[in-house]
Design a protein around this ligand. Structure first.
Ligand code: HEC
Length: 243
């Protein structure tokens, strides 16, 4: 073996050829699974898109670096499924650009967070985690309740997401700003259009408890409450497996 290498190193062309051969084996092993991607990624007929308010919340999640402490991907391992719920499916991140699977869990995984707590719990917790979890190491995000949410550019955000494959309609893009307002103000005239454009299952309520203004908190809580609820595919396929 060492002799072979010794001889190989003395022939420049032979060495280059051998490196290319070995590297292409590695490359092939990485690329091969992609050939079956159509069969691997499951389809979910009920998959819905994020509303403009949820998109804004997702952008805040990225801006504040929440992904540095929270993953959004439940592995297929038994202890993960027992703790967090059905393991994550590829289709659940279909409209996530960029995906926020994360690689570190200083705090718990958030992939199935939606509906686990009330809006008021999230608002209090984000404002100061230690009000609810005395030993928490999570930073306080006090400005979220104070800062007015920027909504005038949400149509452009949806249009950009459409260029990478998220099926937003012209109607959804044109009404993004008013839909963001309507989703957090159920009694406003704008609220009706939200359910019409995004489905009856959409959460329409004053997420941060203040109806007089639309804040970053409204958007972030709207996003957190929809995590794991864009499709029911994971629950359906995995209950079927258990039975
Ligand atoms: C420095 C690391 C860190 C950062 C950054 C961080 N968190 Fe946390 N988070 C934690 C820890 C630790 C816990 C567990 C203790 C607790 O509940 O406060 C937690 C808990 C949570 C929970 C409760 C999860 C559950 O299932 O009980 C939510 C929701 C949450 N964080 C959301 C966020 C959001 C949104 C952001 C960004 C605005 C964020 N976190 C940023 C560390 C962090």
């Amino acid at each position: 073996m060492f002799k072979f290498h010794y001889r190989l190193e003395r022939s420049a062309l032979g060495l280059v050829g051998f490196i290319i051969l070995v590297a292409s084996i590695g490359g092939f092993i990485e690329i091969a699974p992609l050939f079956t991607i159509d069969e691997t990624v499951e389809e979910a007929q009920d998959m819905r898109v994020y509303t403009p308010l949820e998109v804004a919340g997702r952008n805040i999640f990225i801006r504040e670096g929440c992904y540095a402490c929270h993953s959004q991907m439940i592995r297929t391992l038994r202890d993960e499924v027992d703790r967090y719920g059905p393991y994550s499916l590829a289709v659940e991140s279909q409209y996530d650009h960029p995906q926020l699977w994360g690689s570190k869990r200083t705090g718990p995984d958030l992939a199935r967070l939606g509906n686990k707590y009330s809006d008021a719990w999230h608002t209090t917790h984000l404002n100061n985690p230690r009000d609810l979890v005395p030993q928490s190491k999570m930073p306080a995000y006090r400005w979220l309740l104070r800062d007015q949410l920027r909504t005038d550019d949400l149509g452009q955000h949806l249009a950009t997401l459409r260029t990478v494959g998220v099926p937003y309609t012209d109607d959804q893009i044109a009404n993004a700003t008013q839909d963001a307002y309507g989703q957090a103000n159920p009694d406003s005239p704008e609220a009706g259009g939200v359910a019409e454009r995004y489905g009856d299952a959409t959460n329409i309520r004053p997420f941060d408890g203040q109806t007089d203004k639309l804040t970053d908190m409204d958007a972030l809580v709207a996003y957190l409450q929809v995590l794991g609820n864009l499709t029911n595919a994971a629950h359906e396929t995995q209950t079927a497996e258990v039975e």
